[in-house]
Design a protein around this ligand. Structure first.
Ligand code: SF4
Ligand code: SF4
Ligand code: SF4
Length: 385
């Protein structure tokens, strides 16, 4: 791993980042780049696959919204051979989701150069559209984020009437893990400089193409700010999880919390980890006959409709709690405002620590759902035999 400082001119970090991405295309380090691009209205950003360097003019590698999880896009882009390498600009949770999906053969890293960004957090798409599109405050939100990354104080946008998504306020992994290239903002003043860290997989090629002069040092300020930020986020995360545990002490309380679930499956569609092409919840197993509902109502005296909401969430939890990367897009997608991310992350914290597993940390690490240990049940239950 080697690092460099990218100088920022005229106090414009986006211009420096766009210039760097342009160089990756011009030197053929990558054939195309997947990166968030500003909407002409200024009200948001969409991931865009760019070949023409001229189209990089209004990209925003640190876009403050995440309308879709890029790991989902990378699945479609890389599962076949795209014919050339794609540079993918990814937030840390997107990178971890993509790495996790490689273990289930849904993403192929060989076709990618991953470009991770230190992540100040993201707003809900509709919140950002309201504040940036209607009030024209997009630039001041961005300037607030630029100021915040130097010290790691990132939540103070209240004066604009907007807050980071809950998933981001409690995200203890806001830094890319094992990216080929990392744009490091934490601990730096991005109006003057950005740290670029280049991983082992591409460092030789990077130097051959002369993209930027590298040294072997990473800055210690970045490490300190990251540690403080993680500590603060973990404190908030534990408060949120603690409240949720108190609120859902038994199955009845969980059902009550999720009683307004309309079983629209939006949370499943938005989730990068829920990748099955054939989902059991979209099979005849869950297309009940009319008289089945009547029998249930007869037996119980009455049933809440739609049915099967609890089994939907519990099945999804059983399938993917070990791989949940905490992006919170399930929350963002829920029309009923239900705490889906909090449910998944609260359960995931327990099972992931049980298996000492951080999803997306290392492509070589085997996911717990793909392994079996004879003593597993003893660990879980505390049983002796
Ligand atoms: S969950 Fe973490 S990595 Fe993902 S957008 Fe939010 S702060 Fe960034
Ligand atoms: S369950 Fe929610 S928080 Fe977890 S990976 Fe899926 S969308 Fe992200
Ligand atoms: S998005 Fe919300 S309402 Fe729809 S299935 Fe998921 S939890 Fe239920």
């Amino acid at each position: 791993m080697k690092a460099a400082i990218l100088s920022v001119e005229n106090g414009d970090p986006l211009a420096a980042l766009r210039g760097f991405l342009r160089r990756l295309l011009e030197t053929r380090m990558v054939g195309m780049i997947l990166v968030p691009k500003a909407l002409p209205s200024g009200a948001g950003f969409v991931q865009t696959l760019i070949r023409d360097p001229a189209m990089l003019d209004d990209v925003h590698p640190v876009a403050p919204t995440m309308p879709v999880q890029s790991a989902r896009i990378l699945s479609g882009l890389t599962v076949g051979d795209p014919g050339e390498r794609i540079g993918a600009v990814l937030k840390p949770c997107e990178l971890r989701a993509a790495v996790e999906l490689t273990k289930f053969l849904q993403v192929k890293l060989d076709h990618l150069v991953t470009i991770g960004v230190d992540c100040p957090g993201t707003y809900e798409v509709e919140d950002y559209a309201r504040v940036a599109g209607e009030k024209g405050a997009g630039d001041s939100l961005w300037e607030g984020m630029v100021r915040g990354v130097k010290t790691g104080r990132l939540d103070g946008q209240e004066e604009e009437g907007i807050a980071l998504r809950l998933a981001c306020r409690i995200c203890e992994n806001p830094v890319p893990v094992n990216a080929d290239i990392t744009f490091g903002f934490f601990g730096h003043d991005p109006s003057r400089e950005i740290e670029v860290i280049v991983g082992e997989r591409v460092v030789g090629e990077f130097e051959e193409r002369g993209i930027i002069g590298l040294s072997s040092e990473e800055s210690s300020e970045r490490g300190q700010v990251i540690s403080q930020l993680k500590e603060e986020r973990i404190r908030k995360r534990d408060e949120v999880f603690g409240r949720f545990r108190q609120q859902t002490t038994d199955l009845q309380a969980l059902m009550s919390t999720f009683s307004t679930c309309v079983r629209c499956h939006n949370c499943m569609v938005a989730c990068p980890i829920c990748y099955c092409k054939e989902c059991v919840f979209r099979t005849p197993t869950f297309e009940h006959q009319s008289n089945q509902f009547v029998r249930w109502a007869d037996r119980k005296g009455g049933i809440q409709m739609p049915t099967d909401t609890l089994i939907f969430h519990l099945t999804r939890l059983a399938h993917m709690a070990t791989s949940c990367i905490g992006c919170g897009l399930c929350d963002s997608a829920c029309p009923s405002g239900l705490p889906v991310m909090t449910l998944f992350r609260t359960v995931a914290q327990g099972v992931q620590s049980l298996f000492d597993y951080l999803p997306g940390r290392d492509p070589e690490e085997t996911p717990p759902v793909a392994t079996f240990r004879e003593d597993e049940l003893q660990v879980e239950t505390g049983a002796k035999d």
